[in-house]
Write a protein that binds this ligand. Structure first.
Ligand SMILES: [Zn+2]
Length: 138
């Protein structure tokens, strides 16, 4: 079953509702669509030290790795078809630079954010990070 961009945004919005954001009051959710059809969600997790805060995209990536059922092929590297991001207090809410780097590690193809009236806007990942440093750079 294919997940639509709007459905992926819905998953991200739901995940944002679980955000731990007592300092910024800026809840964010992310939903990753993997090449095997699975989806994985995450939300931002803040910390009193501020600097240890982890973004929604990176908590989703962590879950993606931790919850894999099979580890095989492609250097055991999952492939992200699309990453949807929703900020409950900002629209659109784009991934930060650190999250671009992490999403790029897993060959992310597209980032989906909310456009006007919540309409999905799909952005080619190569347009976001055209000269990425990644596994092929080593
Ligand atoms: Zn980030």
């Amino acid at each position: 079953m294919t997940v639509s961009d709007a459905e992926l945004l819905d998953l991200a919005r739901t995940a944002a509702g679980n955000a731990y954001a007592p300092y910024s009051g800026f809840p964010v959710g992310a939903a990753l669509l993997l090449d095997d059809g699975r989806t994985v969600t995450g939300c931002n997790v803040e910390n009193a030290s501020y600097g240890l805060t982890v973004c929604a995209e990176r908590t989703a990536a962590g879950r993606m790795i931790a919850e894999r059922e099979e580890v095989d092929g492609d250097g055991c590297r999952p492939h992200i078809v699309a990453a949807a991001v929703v900020g409950l207090k900002a629209s659109p809410c784009h991934p930060c630079g650190a999250c671009h780097q992490v999403l790029g590690e897993f060959s992310c193809e597209r980032v989906i954010v909310e456009g006007p009236s919540g309409v999905p806007v799909s952005i080619d990942f190569r347009d976001l990070l055209p000269h990425a440093f990644g596994p092929d750079s080593l």
